[in-house]
Design a protein around this ligand. Sequence first.
Ligand code: HEC
Length: 97
Amino acid sequence: MKKKLLPTLLSISTLSFAYDAEEAQSMYEEDCTKCHDSSVFTRPAKERKVNDLATLKKQVSRCVGATGASWFEEDEENVVEYLNKNFYKFAKEKATK
Ligand code: HEC
């Protein structure tokens, strides 16, 4: 019991965001593949909706709402990171929008 509790408490109390690729991928596959697959991320820039990091964050937020799943903000950030690393590859800059 004690052994299991400690990591849980640690992860809850960790304030800084740590990217977890496996978690992101499993959440994405579980909740995000009902309406579209990942081919929407790799459409030519002209056809796709998202062409910068700020828009990606907004779109993920919107889509999380559409799934009806209850994600934490950290989960959203995690999946934004996942999508950016694997598909969009935007440079890391401070969001302007
Ligand atoms: C209820 C349906 C639905 C679900 C579930 C859904 N999406 Fe979407 N998503 C859409 C629609 C509709 C679009 C717009 C598609 C288009 O423009 O052709 C979209 C577009 C996107 C885009 C932009 C693609 C582009 O053009 O660059 C991203 C990123 C995205 N979704 C991420 C997600 C993520 C992450 C999840 C899981 C949390 C998710 N979606 C779940 C409906 C959904």
